[in-house]
Design a protein. Sequence first.
Length: 500
Amino acid sequence: MKFAKLTLASDYKIGLTDKRIYGSFAEHLGRCIYGGIYDPTHPEADENGFREDVIKLIKELDVPVIRYPGGNFVSGYNWEDGIGPKENRPKRLELAWGTLETNEFGTDEFMAWCKKAGTSPMMAVNLGTRGPDEARQLVEYCNHPGGTYLSDLRKKCGSELPYDVKLWCLGNEMDGPWQMGSKTAVEYGRIAYETSKIMKWTDPSIETVLCGSSGWHMKTFGEWETTALDIAYDQVDYVSMHQYHSNADDYLENFLAKGVETDKFIESVIAALDYAQGKRHSKKRIDISFDEWNVWYHSNGTKFEKWSKAPHILEDIYNFADALVVGTMINSILRHCDRVKIACLAQIVNVIAPIMTEDGGKAWKQTIYYPFYYASKYARGYSLLGLCDTSKYDTKWYSDVPHVDTSAVLSEDGEDLVIFAINRDVDDTIMLETKLCDFEGFRPVEYVALEGYAADDINTKDSEKVVPVNKALPVIDGKMLNLPMKPMSWNMVRLSKKEN
């Protein structure tokens, strides 16, 4: 058995977590919308066509914000196509993914669905094929109380009250050549500045998200952020970052190390943001919207009929190893919660998602559902700066990868503590010796683990094989809490003063 040491003290706080780090994403892509959250023919659909079995699972995750309608889709989207009588809505060729968009589901349906699902909208505007005027009109449609053409049109379409959308994305991945209307950093900085300006003139209460580079490995990364921010800094509130991890080369130890790259990516974006702030001697600090993150590789290369409606594409079936990597990404977000204020697991259902559905049948939980569920449920409060002394390993891509990856969150009232710990070692059990410096009166109340599965074990509609197990509560000896973590395992222990 190997040993690792974790030291926690309540005074050493990284920051208070923003509930929006437990957000998600719904794009008009594959079966995320049609067949996922919306299916009027399904036996569990409500009067609006919303699948109530899916809503139940989303409510369990307690997702506070969902980004919509894209993604690549938004860069060619005319939002006006998705309002008004459904029989009058135009069918369009959807160029981002090569499918047919019927526009049966649009802005008004999404707002109604958010309300029923207990979440809030994070809207994206089209800065690819359209621009500032269409964006400010959408803000007026959604948020203005009434007395104008667009606000009264919303009322005519069924919503007397404004939607009061607070969070807006200024396009999507605008440096990517795959994006409709992709731009240089200067071109994008200018349109983002003007768009955000007049959107905020329309509703001064909103916040906007500037598109960061599409990925850490893009040639544009870094220079894109600083150039676009140099132009748009005074008009925006966040900068986005996107990251997906892959095990396409089937190298398990390397795949389990991918969370190290998440840490470095976040810290590189922070450096770019702080450089932009320092350059202009600004008191205003811009934070991060990590509005696409996940594991994604299983479904790459999926074949489908072009211009078909809601084809089965990007439907990754996640395995046990994927759940561990998702757990490390969540830990990275928690360890940087002082700067990562929004995060969206991409996506919410069917398309690279924690929830899957069968056409006309049931909905079920993928393996990655569980690390997200437990973090969303219990990791809301002050993220603590834990000091973890652990053995390390090297791979062909990474060096000095910690075998143990941890995060810890203390509730705002100081009465509850949750510790997440992942053992990346594929062979050995590791005893995590946790020193609780000043947590007198705290006692373990729950110990849950994902453990003992093969790396490629999956869940299906017929068998949810990979599920958490409840373990015997660890004992605190003095100030020491010892957790024996099995090889390749995700672990959560909760301690409380309230329940003693």
